[in-house]
Design a protein around this ligand. Structure first.
Ligand code: ADP
Length: 300
């Protein structure tokens, strides 16, 4: 179990971004600025974030046999991610079509493409990667049945970290495997549903723990994070920084936390590191472009 600190199983998307004066209404055409293409997707983001920090990282994902897929693979390799687990073909690479207006409000259409074709069979075929990894992290931009298979494929003694984004109801065997389940406020409310009583993060954490995860982390943006397990709850304050763009902050946080857990840190210690990585990530524009190196985190 010692080849990889972290195996990320998840999505890889090309983010196609156009700035517009006004987002178009139904039947309307508007002219925008030049197209910008960025590597993204929560799985790809987490893998890049971990590798940039120095974690030995592998990615299990699927991209299309196309230019976007090559862009994503290049970004992974440039960050030092092992891409042997990235499958190619079956559908076009996932894309997010993003229009952004001058106020920063955006409209997004996601085509999951190849992400939707990452199957349970693909997970079973990657058993070697699971055996070689201390921590496995996943998100929900791939089919839920694939995440269920990830939980089944975990090697004895390895640890599973889940960011349920975009949120949807989770089967009990997935919830029970999470150590931790990492949610922001929106995801906490969505996972808990109408029955999720309470207004405070402590209330959500208590209710989430009751659903079965071994531990829970609630990220609170500029307010840091809350960690919770059977041993108790602790607030982890954030690092005060000037936020330029919070895109990808949650992915950077999750990657840092998952990596540190694999090195033997306690949940509170790992979260203490992750809030520094999250803070560094909001100081620069973009997602993968904004993720810090270990030296940059140290310098904060
Ligand atoms: P998400 O991006 O998933 O919505 P959050 O916004 O909670 O998640 O951000 C994840 C983590 O990034 C936070 O727990 C915090 O550590 C860090 N972070 C986010 N925004 C800021 C900020 N404005 N200042 C400092 N740290 C931040």
């Amino acid at each position: 179990m010692d080849d990889y600190d972290l195996l990320v199983v998840g999505s890889a998307n090309a983010d196609l971004v156009i700035g517009v004066e006004r987002r178009p209404g139904a039947g309307e055409t508007v002219l925008g600025g030049d197209l910008a293409v960025h590597p993204g997707g929560k799985g790809a983001n987490q893998a890049v974030a971990a590798a940039r920090l120095g974690a030995r990282t592998a990615l299990l994902a699927r991209v299309g046999d196309d230019a976007h897929g090559r862009l994503l693979l290049d970004a992974q390799r440039a960050a030092g991610v092992d891409t042997a687990g990235v499958l190619v073909g079956g559908a076009p690479t996932g894309v997010a079509l993003i229009t952004v207006d001058p106020s920063g409000d955006n409209s997004i259409v996601v085509s999951p493409g190849a992400n939707g074709r990452l199957t349970p069979e693909d997970v079973r075929a990657a058993a070697g990667l699971f055996r070689a990894s201390r921590v496995v992290s996943a998100q929900l931009e791939i089919p839920l049945e694939t995440v269920v298979e990830v939980v089944r494929a975990l090697a004895p003694g390895s640890r599973f970290v889940l960011n349920p984004s975009p949120p949807r109801p989770l089967p009990p065997q997935v919830l029970a495997a999470c150590d931790p389940l990492i949610v922001n406020e929106h995801e906490a409310r969505a996972v808990l549903g109408a029955s999720g009583a309470g207004e405070e993060p402590e209330d959500w954490a208590r209710s989430l723990l009751a659903r079965g995860p071994r531990s829970v982390v609630v990220t609170l943006g500029a307010r840091g994070a809350l960690v919770a397990s059977a041993e108790g709850m602790t607030r982890v304050p954030s690092v005060p920084v000037t936020a330029v763009d919070t895109t990808g902050a949650g992915d950077a946080f999750t990657a840092a936390l998952a990596w540190r857990l694999g090195t033997g840190a306690t949940l509170a210690e790992a979260a203490g590191h992750a809030v520094r990585v999250g803070a560094a990530a909001v100081m620069r524009r973009g997602a993968q472009e904004s993720f810090p190196t270990a030296a940059e985190v140290e310098a904060l």
